[in-house]
Design a protein around this ligand. Structure first.
Ligand SMILES: [Fe+2]
Length: 159
């Protein structure tokens, strides 16, 4: 039953609004992560150039898909996705990187960034569970499972 306190997909409006705020923070962090990966892809030097140049491309392509999913989930929940660089850098806990050329430094940056993203996603997972928002919840579950596996591989590479 739809009414004044529910969104047009039947979620509580206040909960949905709070979720769009959290998802916009995640979006901002993903955009900084994405742009960092472009920089890593371009600037990598050394013996693992071919391996990491490709791996960073795989990561930014994957992030691009996730970024669009997050933004469109925000719209589905009745919100407006942030789309400017100033808002992204203001909200991002993922730090902006510059001119990283060493493989170890780049992979460590990816690990640190994924750690921040996972923390945000787990918060949104709890928030969406409480709001009975299965769509957002399922999206976070998928992101978390994939990124945890990536963390295992990156940590194996670093050690
Ligand atoms: Fe390229």
């Amino acid at each position: 039953m739809l009414n004044m306190i529910t969104t047009n997909i039947g979620l509580n409006k206040e909960n949905a609004n709070n979720l769009t705020i959290s998802l916009n923070a995640l979006l901002a962090n993903f955009q900084v992560y994405y742009q960092n990966l472009r920089g890593l892809h371009w600037n990598i030097k050394g013996k693992s150039f071919f391996e990491l140049h490709l791996k960073y491309e795989e990561f930014y392509t994957d992030s691009q898909i996730k970024i669009d999913l997050i933004a469109e989930r925000i719209l589905t929940l009745g919100g407006t996705p942030l789309h400017t660089f100033d808002e992204y850098t203001e909200l991002s806990k993922v730090s902006v990187c510059k001119n990283i050329t060493k493989g170890e430094d780049g992979v460590q940056l990816v690990v640190n960034s994924l750690t921040e993203l996972l923390l945000l996603e787990r918060e949104i997972l709890n928030e969406s569970a409480e709001a009975n928002d299965e769509g957002t919840n399922a999206m976070m579950s998928d992101f978390i499972a994939e990124q945890e596996k990536t963390m295992w591989m990156l940590n194996a590479w670093l050690n």
